[in-house]
Design a protein around this ligand. Structure first.
Ligand code: IVH
Length: 685
C-alpha cells in the first residue's frame, strides 16, 4: 500500500468520526434553536458547522445520507399541537455576511437568469421572531401554523388570533379573487412590551426569559390561548404560501397588495435598482437597527420580479431568489471579574466569564461562555481584564478579546481547576476532546442538568419541573437521581418554599402523566451522549421495546441508518453500565410504561401495505377515550397515514372522538369518511 493511499484511508476514518460528531452537534443545535428556542451559538457558528459537514460530505460522497442535517431544514415537530402539511414548504434563507458575498450572490443570480444588466431587489428588515403561515379559505382564517420542520407545522390558530393585526376574515375584495390565500410572516414582540411583560413574569416567580424571540415562540405554543393573549405579540407578513389566483408581478406590489387586504406589512423596505444600492442599504441599517422598536438580525434581499423566482428555483434548503444579510454582532466593553466553571449534564466542564454587568443588544449581560480551556488560552484573557464582548442576535454572549492596552498590572491568569467545582472529583482530560469532564455520575452539578433535561418538553414533558423546582427538590435532599423524582409526594412538594398545595398536586399529576410517555421520548430523556431526539426515534422505530434496545449488539446498532459508530458505542456503553440499568429497573417499578408508538417491524418498509391508513390524509378531532391525541397521531403515522389539522377536500378520513365539533360538520358537508373511536381502534389492530 502506498503512503498516499494510507493517508487517504486515515483521512476517511477521521472524516467518519468528524461527520458523526458534526451531525450530533448540529442536531443538538437544531433542537436548541427550533424546539427549545434556546440557541447556544450564533447563526454564523451554525453555518460554519453546516459548511464543514457539507464539505466533508462532498469530499467523501459515501458519507452523505438523505437525512443528514445538510439536507434538511431543522426542527423536529413537537407533539402537543395538531399538525398540518404546508402545501408549499416553508424553506429557510441562506446567509451572507459581507458586501462581497452579496455581490457574488447577485452575479450568480444574473448568470442563472442570463441577465447582463442590473436586477431590481427589495430589501426588507429581517425580523427576529417566529415564522408563521396564515391560511384563509373563502375569506376566513382556516388555520394559523408554525413553520415546524418546514414541511409540517403545528396548528396554533387560536393563539395566532390573539396576535395584533391578524385578521380573522379578509375584506370582500379578497374573496372575489379566488378561494384561498396563504400568507406568511414573522410573529415578534417589541422591546418595550417584552421588557414589561418579562419583568412582570419574573417578579411573579416565573421562568427567566432570554429575549423577545424566545418569548414570542413560547407564547405561540401556549396550550391556553388566553395566556397567549396576555403576551403583546405582533406580526409582519412578507411572503405568499399557496394561492389559487395570480399574484402581482413584483414582490413590492405583492406587499402593497396584502397591505391593502389589512395585513400588517413592514414599511421599512426599499426597492433597489442594483446590488450596489443593496450594499448601501446594509451601510444605512448597520448603525440604525439599534433604534428600531423590535429586534432585527439582518436584512432580507429578494429579487423583485416574481416571474424570475421559478426560473431561479430552490436548493435543498432555500430558494435562490432570496438571501439574508446578517448584521455584524453588537459589541460592548466591560470587565472580566472572574471565571467560574459549570458542570453540564454529561459532566462537561464549561468555564463561564463573570462580567461587570453591561447593556448589550437589548439586555444586561453579566456572563459569557468561554467554551473550554483552549478558548481561554486562545483569547489570552486575564482575570481583571477589560474585554470586548459580543452578542449576535439572541445568542449567549461571548468574549471576543481582551483590551491589552488597558491592563494595569493587577490582572492575573486563570488556573483551570483539576477538581470538579461541584463535587470535588478529579477532572478527566481525554486526548480526543478539548472538553474536560467530571466523571462522577452522581455529581450534583450533573444530576441537576440531567433532571432538567429529563423533565424538558421534548423529553418526559413534566410540566412545572423547571430550574427553580429542580434546585429546590435537590436542596431539600428529596431528589438525588432521576428515579427519585417519581417518589415525590404532594406533602413533600407542598412543604417547599413558594409552593402551594395545588401546584404540588399539579407536579405530581404531571409526573404521573409522564409515565405514559412514549419510548422514543424516554430514550431521549435519558440523555445518552450523542443520542438526540432523532436518534432516539430511529431506535424506537427499529426495536419493539426497551429490552430489545438494551440487548442489541453494538454492530446491530451501528447498522441502523442514520446511526454511526460513535452513537452506537455511546448507547451500548450506557446500557452496559450497571447503575444505568438499575435506574431503568427502578423507573419501571415506579410505573413507567414507555409504550412504543413508532415501531416499524422489519420488512414493513414505511407501513404495512394493507394498513387502512397508508397514504391517507387523516384529521383527528374530539377526545378519544383510549389514548391521547398525539399518541393516536403517532400510531397513524407509523402505519403510513398523514395527519393534518383541518378538514378539506383532500382529507380522506376524519377520526371523531367525543365532543367533535366544527370539523365533524365540515367533514359531513364535504362527504369525508367519518370514523368513530371504536372503529378506529379496530383499524389500528
Ligand atoms: S422571506 C423562503 N422575509 O428569517 C423564505 N423571511 O432565517 C421566505 N424572516 O425563515 C421568507 N424576516 O422566518 C422573509 N422580511 C423577511 C423576514 C424573514 C424574518 C425569517 C423567516 C425565515 C428566516 C430565515
Amino acid at each position: 500500500m502506498t503512503d498516499d493511499l494510507l493517508g487517504d484511508i486515515e483521512a476517511q476514518e477521521q472524516a467518519v468520526a468528524r461527520v458523526e460528531e458534526l451531525r450530533a452537534e448540529i442536531e443538538r443545535h437544531n433542537r436548541l434553536y427550533y424546539d427549545d428556542a434556546e440557541p447556544e451559538i450564533s447563526d454564523r457558528e451554525y453555518d460554519l458547522l453546516i459548511a464543514e459537514l457539507s464539505g466533508l460530505e462532498k469530499r467523501f460522497p459515501d458519507l452523505a445520507t438523505a437525512d443528514s442535517p445538510t439536507q434538511r431544514i431543522g426542527a423536529t415537530v413537537a407533539g402537543d399541537f395538531e399538525q398540518v402539511t404546508h402545501e408549499v414548504p416553508m424553506l429557510s434563507i441562506s446567509n451572507t455576511y459581507s458586501a462581497e458575498e452579496l455581490r457574488e450572490w447577485d452575479a450568480r443570480t444574473r448568470k442563472l437568469l442570463d441577465v447582463t444588466g442590473n436586477i431590481e431587489y427589495v430589501v426588507e428588515l429581517k425580523i427576529d421572531g417566529v415564522a408563521v403561515a396564515l391560511r384563509y379559505d373563502g375569506g376566513k382564517l382556516s388555520y394559523g401554523a408554525t413553520r415546524g420542520d418546514g414541511v409540517r407545522g403545528e396548528v396554533i390558530t387560536s393563539n395566532i388570533l390573539t396576535v395584533k393585526g391578524v385578521p380573522a376574515e379578509l375584506p370582500e375584495k379578497a374573496r372575489k379573487l379566488g378561494t384561498h390565500l396563504e400568507v406568511r410572516g414573522e410573529v415578534y414582540m417589541e422591546w418595550a412590551d417584552f421588557e414589561r411583560v418579562r419583568d412582570e413574569i419574573e417578579a411573579a416567580g416565573g421562568k427567566k426569559i432570554a429575549n423577545p424571540r424566545n418569548f414570542a415562540a413560547g407564547s405561540l405554543k401556549q396550550k391556553d390561548s388566553a395566556e397567549t393573549a396576555r403576551r403583546p405579540l405582533r406580526v409582519f407578513l412578507y411572503a405568499a404560501g399557496s394561492t389559487d389566483f395570480a399574484l402581482p408581478g413584483t414582490h413590492d406590489e405583492f406587499l402593497k397588495f396584502i397591505d391593502g387586504l389589512g395585513f400588517p406589512v413592514n414599511r421599512e423596505r426599499h426597492v433597489c435598482a442594483s446590488i450596489e444600492e443593496v450594499v448601501a442599504q446594509t451601510h444605512y441599517w448597520e448603525p440604525r437597527r439599534k433604534n428600531l422598536p423590535y429586534n432585527t438580525d439582518g436584512l432580507v434581499i429578494k429579487v423583485n420580479r416574481r416571474d424570475f423566482w421559478p426560473q431561479l428555483g430552490v436548493t435543498s434548503k432555500s430558494p435562490r431568489w432570496v438571501v439574508a444579510y446578517k448584521f455584524s454582532a453588537e459589541q460592548a466593553q466591560t470587565k472580566l471579574e472572574d471565571i467560574q466553571c459549570q458542570v453540564g449534564r454529561t459532566g462537561t466542564i464549561t468555564p463561564v466569564a463573570h462580567l461587570t454587568p453591561v447593556f448589550l443588544a437589548g439586555s444586561t449581560i453579566s456572563r459569557a461562555t468561554l467554551h473550554n480551556e483552549d478558548e481561554i488560552k486562545r483569547l489570552g484573557i486575564l482575570i481583571g481584564d477589560q474585554v470586548i464582548i459580543e452578542k449576535g442576535g439572541d445568542v449567549i454572549p461571548k468574549v471576543v478579546r481582551p483590551l491589552e492596552s488597558a491592563r494595569t498590572g493587577k490582572e492575573r491568569p486563570y488556573v483551570f481547576p483539576d477538581k470538579c467545582p461541584v463535587c470535588d472529583s478529579p477532572l478527566v482530560r481525554s486526548e480526543f476532546e478539548v472538553a474536560v469532564r467530571c466523571e462522577n455520575i452522581s455529581c450534583p452539578g450533573q444530576v441537576r442538568e440531567r433532571l432538567l433535561h429529563f423533565a424538558s418538553r421534548n423529553a418526559m414533558d413534566i410540566e412545572g419541573m423547571g430550574d427553580v423546582l429542580v434546585a429546590q427538590v435537590m436542596e431539600a435532599g428529596l431528589v438525588h437521581t432521576i428515579a427519585e423524582l417519581y417518589r415525590l409526594t404532594v406533602d413533600q412538594l407542598a412543604g417547599l418554599e413558594r409552593m402551594g398545595r395545588k401546584s404540588a398536586q399539579n407536579v405530581v399529576e404531571a409526573l404521573e402523566k409522564s409515565k405514559q410517555r412514549p419510548l422514543h421520548h424516554f430514550l431521549f430523556a435519558l440523555g445518552v451522549r450523542h443520542i438526540g431526539a432523532s436518534a432516539a426515534k430511529l431506535l424506537a422505530q427499529r426495536f419493539e421495546n426497551l429490552d430489545a434496545i438494551i440487548g442489541a449488539p453494538r454492530e446491530e446498532l451501528s447498522q441502523i441508518e442514520g446511526f454511526g459508530e460513535i452513537m452506537a458505542e455511546s448507547l451500548h456503553d450506557f446500557f452496559a453500565n450497571e447503575s444505568n440499568r438499575a435506574l431503568i429497573e427502578d423507573l419501571r417499578t415506579s410505573g413507567l410504561r414507555m409504550p412504543n408508538t413508532v415501531y416499524r417491524p422489519a420488512g414493513s418498509a414505511l407501513a404495512p401495505a394493507n394498513s387502512p391508513f397508508a397514504g391517507k390524509t387523516i384529521v383527528l378531532t374530539g377526545t378519544l377515550a383510549a389514548m391521547a391525541r398525539d399518541m393516536a397521531k403517532e400510531r397513524i403515522e407509523a402505519l403510513g397515514g398523514k395527519c393534518t389539522g383541518s378538514v378539506s377536500r383532500k382529507t380522506d378520513m376524519l377520526i371523531a372522538g367525543e365532543e367533535a365539533g366544527s370539523k365533524l360538520d365540515k367533514a359531513r358537508e364535504l362527504g369525508v369518511r367519518v370514523v368513530g373511536e371504536e372503529e378506529f381502534l379496530k383499524m389500528l389492530g
